[in-house]
Design a binder for this molecule. Structure first.
Ligand SMILES: [Zn+2]
Length: 324
């Protein structure tokens, strides 16, 4: 058994995972409250891991490893976080791995949260049983990951798969990373909502404006459900950039499956269909009829499942598909 942890900016999810079946035996979610500081958060994490293991009817001796997804950059060699922009204090050089290992007596491995998502979808979800899988997480930003032969391709320091920061326009808008024209600056949920707000302010999105007056939260899903033509054009444009970004990744890796996840993937089949069409137009040298472009299958459990798979791989446990 493995424990998967998904450390997020607002909440921390924990689960005990039966790795062979990809089954969640117990799960627990708590607020991160990162303003309390890393020391307090790590004390709570240690106690919550003990609790979720007990909830599964197990003891710490039954747990072979812990995987912990983090929303940012970490040092794989030391288990320290380096930069988690969504947490207060950004968690520079916080010894997450060593602290939890010392408290629990169980080895722990960190993993970027988008990479964990792709690993989970490859092992148990939309890419199950397929050799090579790439994935995009489209939400506030755009992340991604590459799984080759059912193993995560890490690149230097685990940074392979930063698909949101591929340049799609030389003179495009500035991205949060500092570069100009990144996919993320065109097609993240944040980018879509920002453009919709401009339309609302200019009086070009009366239906959307009306819905917000009545208390609706401005999201890409709300945009998709409104009748404003200008808003639909914003979405179509974002899908076109997303499609171009996916096409670039397809050209590079020619994977069996492309999984689209994250909150924006709730836009579902209309978004997926638009992306497929763009990939079809732009990838002329790849057998795209054999590449599935699909939305994620695992829902909210992907983060904890992927973290557990990572711990299983790092601890030397056999390939999941050799076991199932
Ligand atoms: Zn960028």
């Amino acid at each position: 058994m493995f424990v998967g942890v998904d450390l997020g900016g607002t909440k921390i999810a924990y689960a005990v995972i039966d790795y062979r079946q990809g089954r969640v035996l117990a799960r627990y979610v708590a607020a991160t409250n990162s303003a309390d500081g890393p020391d307090a958060v790590l004390v709570r994490m240690s106690s919550d891991i003990r609790q979720v293991v007990a909830d599964a009817g197990l003891t710490l001796a039954d747990i072979r490893g812990i995987g912990c997804g983090v929303p940012g950059v970490y040092d794989d060699a030391t288990g320290h976080t380096l930069f988690l922009p969504n947490l207060v204090g950004t968690w520079h050089q916080v010894p997450v791995g060593p602290t939890l290992t010392a408290a629990l007596g169980i080895p722990i491995w960190l993993i970027n949260d988008a990479r964990a998502f792709v690993l989970a979808e490859a092992a148990y979800g939309a890419g199950r049983g397929q050799q090579n899988v790439v994935g995009f997480t489209i939400g506030t930003g755009i992340g991604g990951g590459v799984v080759i032969n059912q193993r995560l391709y890490m690149g230097l320091d685990g940074t392979a798969g930063e698909f949101g920061h591929q340049t799609l326009a030389l003179d495009g808008p500035q991205c949060g990373c500092g570069n100009y024209g990144c996919l993320e600056a065109f097609a993240s949920g944040t980018a879509m909502v920002t453009q919709a707000q401009v339309l609302i302010n200019a009086g070009q999105a009366p239906d959307l404006a009306q819905r917000i007056v009545h208390g609706a939260h401005l999201t890409p899903s709300l945009m998709a459900s409104c009748s404003d033509i200008a808003v639909q054009q914003v979405l179509a444009q974002a899908y076109a950039y997303l499609g171009a970004g996916v096409a670039n990744v397809v050209s590079l890796f020619s994977p069996h499956v492309v999984v689209l996840g994250g909150s924006v993937a709730q836009l579902g089949e209309p978004m997926c269909a638009a992306v497929r069409q763009v990939v079809q137009q732009r990838c002329r040298a790849t057998p795209i009829e054999r590449i599935a472009i699909v939305t994620a299958a695992l829902g909210g459990d992907a983060g904890v499942l992927g973290a557990a798979v990572w711990a299983a791989h790092r601890s030397g446990t056999e390939d999941v598909h050799a076991l199932t």
